[in-house]
Design a protein around this ligand. Structure first.
Ligand SMILES: CC(C)(COP(=O)(O)OP(=O)(O)OC[C@H]1O[C@@H](n2cnc3c(N)ncnc32)[C@H](O)[C@@H]1OP(=O)(O)O)[C@@H](O)C(=O)NCCC(=O)NCCS
Length: 183
């Protein structure tokens, strides 16, 4: 199956909602409201249109989506800009075919091109290290909530981005209204 990875368009928004809802439908660690989060992020200051990316099959169906949004890592009066990768969604009948990995790689490449220095993800420790993510605690970067240490991960897009970046991640408002523990 031929899959195209590209930036999302306003005409994709309904399909994205469907893909996100379906992807998380049977995920236990989820409140199944990730599609609401995506909609809220899209109308927030944290939204970066270039970092809302879809996977489209040859019939024009959207089968996957990824979103990176602006966050900051705060240490006292100091705040470093970064990105949160959340959520990553692939339609259940299209999973395990490499689509999620292509979305992650495309999003990281694009974020780097745009000049962002780093990315934070809360997710499966079995999935994200293959893209270079490591435990955020290695750099003294902490989540604002209680999660297993190995599920909260970070990646430097620019070498040395985390040299002075220790602190607590501050998520934009839409995350606080949503089931953040499911990301
Ligand atoms: C996670 C997800 C985006 C991966 O997309 P995908 O297209 O299936 O991924 P790929 O085919 O590129 O890679 C598959 C790998 O991801 C792993 N993976 C998929 N879901 C996983 C999960 N819930 N926990 C751990 N690893 C998982 C597979 O085991 C496989 O690993 P392998 O290559 O070592 O065999 C997709 O499965 C999905 O949408 N899941 C439901 C929503 C979700 O949990 N999103 C991520 C939140 S952190």
């Amino acid at each position: 199956m031929e899959i195209t990875i590209r930036q999302s368009l306003p005409s994709d928004f309904e399909s994205i909602r469907h893909v996100v809802a379906q992807a998380f439908r049977d995920v236990e660690m989820s409140n199944q409201d990730e599609y609401v989060l995506v909609g809220r992020l899209r109308t927030s200051d944290a939204y970066v249109p270039e970092l809302s990316i879809v996977a489209e099959n040859e019939t024009g169906q959207i089968v996957g989506h990824i979103l990176l949004s602006r966050i900051s890592i705060v240490d006292g009066a100091k705040a470093e800009e970064s990105l949160a990768m959340a959520p990553v969604s692939v339609l259940p009948n299209h999973q395990n075919q490499g689509i999620g990995s292509r979305l992650v790689r495309a999003a990281l490449d694009r974020a780097k091109e745009l000049g962002y220095g780093s990315v934070i993800v809360l997710g499966h420790p079995g999935f994200y290290p293959r893209f270079g993510f490591r435990k955020a605690s290695e750099w003294g970067i902490r989540p604002p909530f209680d999660v297993p240490d190995n599920a909260f991960m970070a990646l430097e897009l620019q070498e040395g981005a985390f040299k002075q970046a220790g602190g607590v991640v501050r998520y934009p408002e839409p995350f606080n209204e949503s089931a953040i523990e499911s990301m």
